[in-house]
Design a protein around this ligand. Structure first.
Ligand code: SAM
Length: 307
């Protein structure tokens, strides 16, 4: 539809008017109406509480990624090198910095704090900077995190928990940053209300290890590809891991390109079919340790109306 308009018109005219082109034929007005601000405005006291809790939580952890842990990791926990060399660009939040601007962790924690009986699943825990903030805001919630890496010892220390390993489930051969494949043991590690699943998101048995949990909030932030987004939703639904009996929300980080945005749109439409209701949209927001990015939210409940 927009092919004939030309790239200059798409890039300048449309974006300057607050439109986001997220599929070849889909235009969404996202920039001028910042949906995350609407959520915060809907309950300013809850926002203040979450914001304060998150900044205090982050102040507790002086170093998220220790050199020895990164050296033994498969993918550096998804943490870019400049964050431990001190070479930080303008507008980029380093791993240990505390960001004053609202971040997606603030938004997720804000929404989660309003969900009765939160059952939270984070796909891609990394060093745990976001998961830690959710745990601090929602101490009685059921929290499950999945990552191909071992649990970051800094995260377990910050949580003050000793994680008990479950039985070794199966060996998974996975790619690594070095290009050499390695074997990872699918295994769960539990402490009180929190379970860490170490495994590959592309294997069905990884999702089977999360049963019998059924989640009402899922944060998708593991393998950043359209294929990963589509297959993870298949696995979630096939294994009955989504609670379809009440309110449900799913959040996607880093919808950087058309493939990711297209996959987000498909996932959200599929969820709308499953629930028979729902709403989804894109918005720009700061990351927990990176600059502003385009993120997506699906909610069975209507978004708060703008103030
Ligand atoms: C961007 S980081 C997650 C950041 C984290 N959610 C936060 O906000 O603090 C992505 C994580 O996904 C994990 N990951 C990448 N591929 C994966 C796979 N195939 N299975 C499971 N985890 C994977 C990486 O190890 C990395 O730690």
């Amino acid at each position: 539809m927009l092919g004939r308009l030309g790239p200059a018109l798409k890039a300048t005219l449309l974006t300057s008017r607050g439109y986001e082109l997220y599929r070849p034929t889909h235009l969404e007005r996202t920039i001028l109406r910042s949906v995350w601000e609407d959520w915060f405005r809907s309950d300013i006291e809850r926002f203040a509480k979450v914001y304060g809790t998150n900044r205090r939580a982050l102040a507790e952890v002086p170093q998220w990624a220790r050199a020895d842990v990164l050296a033994q990791s498969l993918w550096r926990y998804g943490v870019p090198e400049q964050w431990d060399t001190g070479r930080q660009g303008l507008g980029v939040t380093g791993l240990n910095e505390i960001e004053s601007e609202p971040t997606y962790s603030d938004l997720i924690a804000f929404i989660c704090a309003g969900l009765p009986e939160l059952r939270y699943l984070e796909l891609g825990v990394s060093v745990g900077k976001n998961l830690f903030q959710i745990a601090r805001n929602c101490p009685s919630a059921r929290i499950v995190g999945l990552d191909i890496e071992r649990i970051n010892p800094v995260l377990s220390e910050a949580l003050g928990k000793e994680f008990t390993p479950g039985p070794a489930l199966s060996a998974q051969t996975v790619d690594t940053l070095s290009g050499v494949q390695t074997e990872v043991q699918l295994q769960t590690f539990s402490a009180d209300n929190i379970t860490y699943v170490r495994g590959d998101q592309f294997r069905s048995e990884t999702w089977a290890a999360m049963k019998p949990d059924r989640f009402n909030f899922v944060f998708s932030d593991a393998h950043h590809s359209g294929h990963a987004l589509l297959t993870e939703l298949d696995f979630l639904l096939d294994h009955g891991l989504i609670d379809t009996s009440g309110a449900f929300m799913m959040y996607w980080d880093d919808l950087v390109d058309i493939q990711m945005q297209d996959a987000f749109d498909r996932c959200a439409r599929r969820l709308r079919e499953v629930f028979g209701r729902g709403w989804h949209g894109l918005h720009w927001i700061h990351g927990t340790y990176s600059s502003r990015r385009l993120n997506g939210l699906f909610s069975t409940e209507p978004p708060p109306s703008p103030a």
